[in-house]
Design a binder for this molecule. Structure first.
Ligand code: GAL
Length: 396
């Protein structure tokens, strides 16, 4: 009798719709075509990018998902199947996914909850279950799902429908929600997807707002206010990286990358990784900064001190360690002296107080060396638009 009840419960539960749990216990990392290539995507680019991710070391630094954004799709066939652009993807998506997988990487695609994508390609509205089955057949591991041309659709229901469709197609897929933070996804999306965008599209700009889109500083400010909603398997997505794209200086790129890591954002490279100058590779593959992003505790940083153009951010890490980032949003050099051991920092969002311990090594994560102990006063100087980032930890 008990066995029958358990069996019935199990059958009912497994038929239940839910997201695939545990696919993003740390923020997803990978590459996405949009920021650099826009609509100019084809299979040669994706193959070359996947190869470059292996050869450059990006894959081994943790960047795993290769995601084709908008414009890979052109039509639906007579039975409603989504059709990849035959000129740009002549070998088809299954062959491309197989190739990406053969390099030890994972494969991702983009679609839209409305009838058309943002670039007016066919969206998934009305075809969610069919598309999810197609993606499973092709070997898709990651779906970015946009919100253009949704008419009067209900946002939560629309994203839940695709979640359910993916789940029923049985291939585990990281589900990336992209409705630009318009409907406060942090309040409802944790049970729907693994990450959600919190802003409009990131531009390669630091503080001054360009005509449209968000800046690095603008997105950090949005993320600061909603940090309590993020955690393992459900992340605030600060948007794809602009590191390596024209518009940001090296200092600004370092700040962009450091703050995405401090705030536990997914790290999706958005540059041309086939032609990556060494100084850009050094930023994207700073393993000590990546380790902060990927910390298993999954708590985003809080702003501890804000003094004019200077911010000091603190991120609690597993095993009572901390990451610290001093950001200079201004153009002129700034300095600050910090006494770390004994400092007590209230985290109102998470309802805890952090007490920084004595005897922790203060390790500079951009200079890759220990500069002192938490017991000592630490003098930090930061040039304009740059950061100094540290780990307060036990040296191994
Ligand atoms: C936007 C989205 C971008 C990109 C673009 C493609 O809505 O925020 O990241 O995917 O659509 O058309």
């Amino acid at each position: 009798m008990i066995a029958v009840v358990v069996l019935v419960f199990w059958v009912v539960r497994s038929a239940d719709a839910q997201k695939f749990e545990g696919l993003a216990l740390t923020p997803p990392m990978g590459w996405n075509s949009w920021n650099h290539f826009g609509c100019h995507v084809d299979e040669a680019l994706i193959r070359e990018t996947a190869q470059a991710m292996v050869l450059s070391g990006l894959r081994d630094a943790g960047y795993r998902y290769v995601v084709i954004d908008d414009c890979w799709q052109v039509a639906r066939d007579t039975v409603g199947e989504i059709v990849p652009d035959p000129d740009r993807f002549p070998s088809g998506m299954k062959a491309l996914a197989d190739y990406v997988h053969s390099l030890g990487l994972k494969f991702g695609l983009y679609s839209d909850a409305g009838r058309l994508t943002c670039q007016k390609r066919p969206g998934s509205r009305g075809y969610e279950f069919q598309d999810a089955r197609t993606y499973a057949r092709w070997g898709v591991d990651y779906l970015k799902y946009d919100w253009c041309n949704h008419g009067d659709q209900n946002v939560v229901a629309s994203y839940r429908t695709m979640r359910d469709a993916l789940y029923q197609a049985k291939r585990p897929v990281v589900f990336s929600i992209c409705e630009w933070g318009e409907n406060k996804p942090w309040e409802w999306a944790a049970e729907v997807g693994h990450l959600w965008r919190i802003s409009g599209d990131i531009r390669p700009a630091f503080v001054d707002r360009p005509k449209w889109g968000e800046t690095v500083a603008g997105i950090v400010e949005i993320a600061r206010k909603i940090r309590k909603y993020a955690g393992p398997d459900h992340w605030n997505d600060l948007d794809m990286l602009q590191v390596g794209n024209a518009g940001l200086t090296l200092s600004e790129s370092r700040t962009h990358f450091s703050m995405w890591a401090m705030l536990a954002s997914p790290l999706m490279a958005g540059n041309d990784v086939r032609n990556m100058p060494p100084e850009i590779a050094e930023i994207l593959m700073n393993r000590e900064v990546i380790a902060v992003d990927q910390d298993s505790l999954g708590v985003p940083a809080l702003r501890w001190i804000s003094r004019g153009n200077l911010d000091v951010w603190l991120r609690p890490l597993a095993h009572d360690e901390y990451a610290l980032c001093v950001v200079n949003w201004g153009k002129k050099a700034e300095r600050i002296t910090l006494k770390l051991a004994g400092s007590e920092i209230e985290d109102e969002d998470f309802g805890v107080t952090y007490k920084i311990g004595r005897g922790l090594a203060v390790r500079d994560l951009w200079k890759h060396r220990v500069i002192g102990l938490t017991d000592e006063e630490i003098a930090v100087a930061v040039i304009g638009h740059d950061v100094a980032m540290f780990r307060l930890g036990r040296e191994k």
